[in-house]
Design a protein around this ligand. Structure first.
Ligand code: GLU
Length: 507
């Protein structure tokens, strides 16, 4: 039904978000597929902002969505620039609110050709029609008495003032089937009477989505429209408009729906659904892309972990499948952990540092120390924000480097042997500090010191470990000491032991 358009051999895809909220993971998946398909075919990817819903569209939302797309790395050749919000490319403006004159021109053309008409039905009259249809148990379609008015009569009524008509598309004469081959679902057929005469321009002149979308996709020379399944039924109206405007339709692909774990459509109730939230929680853009790519597509090599370049190389439209995909957060976490562990340490450090800073933590400025700490912590991190709790005991910010004796330490501190153990720990540390110039204990030195404390104080088990933990962490629980101690300078360990001893003495 859709012969390839000879004049449009170039592959051009577009992502057309409405700036009425955050970028949803489903939207990000659409953007990713459009990006991948254009990239691998040396085509162009266009970003168009669909902001004709004046009540719900905001510039903040547009900025946020563009910034999230940039973070994801889906670079587009044309569209609204994420940083400057300026247009880039030859087919602008790329914001629909700045294209109103264009839509008006096409509406006038359809009016002149008799394919559309002015409709003066009020909202109340339409509501009454709907109520009547409901009472009669039939589906509601607007039947406008104005559909047979001549354009001249309608224009005269407008000139007389006091009315603000809509412009409706004249569907009811078409009376036939519309067919197209969906790239994901195969052949689709819609009878034209599925829809009534639909609005192109609202009263006040603002155009509706279906109208703008067709004009823009045609003028922007879009070859492939990939979008959410929920737009499948809009495709009927759009095909009617392509025909009426004498435009060549693009190829359409309607992507599988995304469900939550309870198999209901993914929504806020299932938890985070915005790219922004995942970004804030410390997911990596490549991991999120990897994960969402697999919601509706599968790798021909059966890979679950794919880099962006592998996605570009392996993606193909024929592996898009129509079956609903389930958004499994546990899997996303796992995918993220795999990507995180594969990062070079210097890059990983740069990524976790903002999370540490935001949590008020400060780490030593020592590259070697950072390297050692990542070596030890990397496998305990699934998302970047996990670094905060892992690194917290190592922070050197604030009074006493942020060290305090916590309430939880009270019981340990009340044991008669504790003061002896902490005192011996301090002594052993001082001896170690005087013997070697290294600022840190090695794991072996720490084991030796612990053994010395054990034999010199004649304590074992809890009575040995808990007081040392309190002397290092300020509390008797937390990460393994053999990992933490070699990351804390000896002088700081001595300071902390002194603080704990003071605390005991002061009662
Ligand atoms: N602005 C529409 C949306 O956000 C785009 C639909 C389309 O891709 O045609 O759902």
């Amino acid at each position: 039904m859709n012969p390839p358009n000879k004049s449009q051999l170039k592959i051009r895809t577009r992502f057309a978000p409405s700036p009425t909220g955050y970028l949803h993971v489903g939207g990000a998946r659409t953007a990713l597929y459009c990006y991948l398909f254009a990239r691998q075919n040396a085509g162009e990817f266009v970003l168009r902002v669909e902001d004709t819903d004046e009540q719900r569209s905001t510039e903040d939302s547009m900025r946020q969505q563009l910034s999230d797309l940039k973070w994801l790395g889906y670079a587009y050749q044309e569209g609204v620039d994420a940083d400057t919000l300026n247009d880039r490319g030859p087919y602008g403006p790329y914001r629909q609110s700045q294209r109103l004159a264009i839509y008006r021109e096409y509406a006038d053309r359809l009016l002149k050709e008799g394919k559309a008409y002015y409709c003066f039905l009020s909202d109340e009259e339409i509501a009454e029609q709907r109520a009547q249809a409901e009472r009669a148990g039939r589906p509601h379609q607007v039947v406008s008495p104005y559909r047979n008015w001549s354009l001249k009569d309608a224009e005269k009524k407008i000139a007389d003032g006091g009315v603000s008509p809509t412009v409706r598309f004249r569907v009811s004469d078409l009376n036939r089937e519309y067919k197209f081959r969906d790239l994901v679902r195969g052949d689709v057929t819609f009878p034209s009477d599925m829809v009534g005469d639909f609005v192109l321009l609202r009263s006040g002149g603002m155009p509706v989505y279906n109208f703008c979308c067709v004009i823009d996709d045609a003028l922007m020379k879009i070859s492939h429209v990939l979008r959410a399944e929920e737009h499948l039924s809009n495709t009927l109206r759009q095909l009617m408009l392509y025909e009426a405007l004498d435009f060549e339709p693009p190829q359409f692909g309607h992507l599988s729906i995304i469900l939550g774990p309870d198999r209901q459509k993914l929504s806020k109730r299932h938890g985070a659904t915005s790219v922004h939230e995942y970004r804030e929680r410390g997911y990596l853009p490549e991991a999120l892309s990897n994960f969402i790519a697999l919601l509706g597509w599968s790798s021909p090599k059966g890979q679950e972990i794919l880099s962006m370049s592998e996605l570009i190389e392996q993606f193909s439209l024929d592996r898009l499948h129509p079956a609903a995909a389930v958004f499994d957060e546990a899997k996303l976490k796992w995918v993220n952990a795999q990507h995180l562990r594969a990062l070079p340490h210097s890059e990983l450090w740069n990524l976790i540092e903002p999370f540490l800073t935001r949590a008020g933590l400060q780490m030593p400025e020592d590259a070697n120390w950072r390297e050692r700490s990542l070596q030890l912590f990397k496998t305990s991190m699934e998302v970047l924000s996990d670094a905060v709790e892992l690194y917290r005991p190592l922070s050197i910010s604030g009074a006493n480097g942020g060290f305090t004796v916590h309430d939880e330490a009270r019981e340990t501190l009340s044991w008669p042997s504790t003061v002896k153990v902490v005192e011996e720990w301090r002594k052993q540390l001082e001896t170690a500090a005087s013997k070697s110039t290294s600022a840190y204990l090695s794991e072996e030195e720490f084991a030796t010191i612990q053994n010395n404390v054990k034999s010199n104080c004649a304590v074992k088990g809890k009575e040995l470990f808990m007081p040392i933990r309190v002397a290092v962490l300020g509390k008797p629980h937390g990460a393994e000491l053999k990992i933490l101690v070699p990351l804390i300078e000896k002088s700081i360990l001595i300071e902390r032991a002194k603080i704990v001893l003071d605390h005991i003495l002061r009662g």
